[in-house]
Write a protein that binds this ligand. Sequence first.
Ligand code: HEM
Length: 442
Amino acid sequence: MSQPPISLHRLPRLRNRELAQLGGLIRPGTHASSLLDFGKRFVVSPPGFPTMLVTHDMDDVREVFANHDDFSVGQLMSRLSSHDRVFGKETLIFLEGDDHRRERRLFSPPFQSKALKSYEDLMIEVVERELPTWPIGEPIEFLQVGYDLAIGVLLNVIFGDVAPERRERLKQAVKNWFGAIESRGFLAVTLLTPVLGGYTLPYPPLNRGQAAVDAVIIEEIAARRAAPDGGSDRRDMLARYINTDLDQHDDAALSRNMRGILLGAYETTAITLGWIATMLAGHPEVMAELDAAIDAGDGPRIDAYLDAVVAETMRLRPVSPFTGRRALRDTVVNGLAIPKGTIVILPILLIHENPELYPDPLEFRPERFLDERPNGHTWLTFGAGPHRCLGASFALVEARILFRAILEQRRIQKADGPLEPPRRLHTGLSPANNALVTLLPR
Ligand code: HEM
């Protein structure tokens, strides 16, 4: 006879005065946290918050990620952050069940490998445009480089060749919108959201910013629909939706989703690019491997080693050190009864630093991923399951293509100033000193 499920009440529970220790699970060195004394599962119930289960039992983690029907990632984000107001409740991450399956099917093709190949030139173009503006032989904040590259690639790949005047307006509107999201005012609104039970206060500058971006995107969509050839020779992402079988949204909905993709991709990519440069600057032996492959002109070796560097960087410095889900109904996970409304926290960084999964886990050793691709169950930078990051392959290809184009012309070296400890950025981590490195000619 099967055992009845275990109740959350039977698990260790963090006392309120221990809550601050949760911060130790989002900084590198998680395995030094005293919270590990609780075992692989423990419960947190801060006053005014739903019950939260933190689990790094890998069977729990697998089951929660795979369960599309009983858990929601969007509801977790709405409860703890202002994401629903920023992205819009109709975008992928906030949809569930069949609605999510349908939309995900419609939005996936431009992110699959055949399409990705066709974006490579659009990515290289951005490096060719930006690289001559970077100083040589003196410190440069590579995080800023990461932001410039990320937005350049996104505008190129999502929208492609837009009439210059409209392109300028789009760039400006996106800049203003990002400005509103990053403003102190909106940060305060975001910090208040969990305290207000998941209600995000209205923030008019954000609404104005979004409306301005949508207006330009809608104008571009309308222009393409009206074009006599329907834009059939274009390689950009928007062209892969308009006038195709995937074109099942009205202009406003298509625009909202393009805006959501832009936002989901921007900061995550920029910070990751900053981390890759930081890791290369801090590990001259890894840089030397790449130098040797580049000097030998050995394309496949460069690509294989760069893929490994990217995977290892994302293991040690995942942009989101945790993700999670909220239970939509009473359910059971790996023999544990999870009541409706419970938040399940899946601590990505803690899992990535587990010595049973990654020997010498704190060492930066790209060789781990030279002969083996990252394992989808234990390498969780992009989450897992049906809501796994739609842009995961895109982001991996992009990081390789951009760094190959950069390293073919520049070496990356440590600048004066520490590379650690990382700077706290909302619930994530960003490189110390904005990834200060020195670029040298090759
Ligand atoms: C290094 C860069 C990136 C990181 C670390 C990252 C990380 C993530 C994570 C952790 C999730 C939630 C997954 C889960 O909880 O299971 C997610 C979802 C998502 N990401 Fe990314 N992301 C990155 C880049 C991108 C890019 C480049 C795009 C698009 C071009 C993108 C679009 C999305 C979308 C649309 C979702 C929602 C998917 C769904 O709900 O079905 N992301 N991402």
